[in-house]
Write a protein that binds this ligand. Structure first.
Ligand SMILES: Nc1ncnc2c1ncn2[C@@H]1O[C@H](COP(=O)(O)OP(=O)(O)OP(=O)(O)O)[C@@H](O)[C@H]1O
Ligand SMILES: [Mg+2]
Length: 249
């Protein structure tokens, strides 16, 4: 099994999560290096979103340890993890519907900036960062619009921008492309690649295999709450256990 090269950003050891008697995740070990583009795949219900929820602090794992940028995360609640540099976009976008796009970014950005008392930013600097972020995701011309004015692909871009507004070092993009056309998928991939080039480590959770394969420098496969493969994408998908999980016995 391949391990991440380079600086370790996130280290997960023996993570387990139950819902009542149901074991959603068991014995998950995972290392993510700074700068990686990691694809996280697995059949429906295999535990991908649950893993993201445990790492970002919206769910509590019962077993295991998580270390992020050298700091143990166990016991930290979601917003404390956000302030350390962990961000995620949701499978179903969750914008502030009554606010303009620029305000949808200003809120998470202020939230992050205000947590750093020695890094005060002027209103003009905040506005500039929001504008840059909207430009990065291709929504510069919609700054004053509301989320309801957006197409589906634009809504996904806004969801990513809202996550990136917290200035993360690690971003989990949970099914940011489901239901999009081929060209729209390419647009989202281009956004994610740009963010990665800007230094954000990205975990892409996705069922669209062509997108996962073109984006990922490493692939992790979950099946029924267990990690069954971890390595170079072409090797991981040829793993017999992975083939069985996807194609059936
Ligand atoms: N809050 C919860 N309470 C009870 N069971 C849950 C909860 N969240 C998830 N589950 C169950 O845990 C399992 C893993 O769900 P999860 O959402 O992590 O899967 P996933 O890999 O993200 O699937 P998909 O590809 O469909 O998004 C599923 O069986 C799901 O029904
Ligand atoms: Mg999911």
């Amino acid at each position: 099994m391949a391990e991440a090269d380079g600086d370790v950003l996130l280290e997960v050891k023996g993570l387990g999560k139950r819902f009542g008697g149901f074991v959603a995740l068991e014995g998950i070990d995972l290392t993510i290096a700074t700068g990686e583009r990691l694809g996280l795949i697995g059949p429906n219900g295999s535990g991908k979103s649950t893993l993201v929820n445990c790492l970002c602090g919206t769910l509590r794992n019962e077993t295991g340890t998580v270390t992020f940028a050298g700091k143990p995360l166990n016991g930290l609640i979601a917003h404390e993890r956000t302030h350390l540099g962990l961000a995620r976009s949701f499978q179903l976008p969750k914008p502030f519907h009554s606010m303009s796009l620029v305000d949808n970014l200003r809120i998470p950005l202020l939230y992050t900036v205000n947590a750093r008392p020695h890094h005060h930013l002027t209103d003009a600097a905040i506005a500039e960062r929001c504008a840059t972020l909207l430009k990065d995701v291709g929504l510069a011309d919609k700054a004053r619009r509301r989320p309801r004015d957006l197409t589906q692909v634009e809504m996904r871009k806004l969801e990513l921008a809202r996550a990136v507004a917290t200035e993360p070092t690690l971003l989990f993009a949970d099914e940011a492309m489901a239901g999009l056309s081929h060209s729209e998928i390419e647009e989202i991939l281009a956004v994610l690649l740009r963010l990665n080039e800007q230094g954000i480590t990205i975990v892409l959770i996705e069922h669209i295999m062509s997108a996962v394969m073109s984006f990922s420098t490493r692939l992790v496969v979950l099946v029924a709450g267990h990690k069954i493969a971890d390595g170079p994408p072409q090797e991981a998908i040829r793993n017999p256990e992975v083939e069985r999980a996807y194609l059936g016995e």
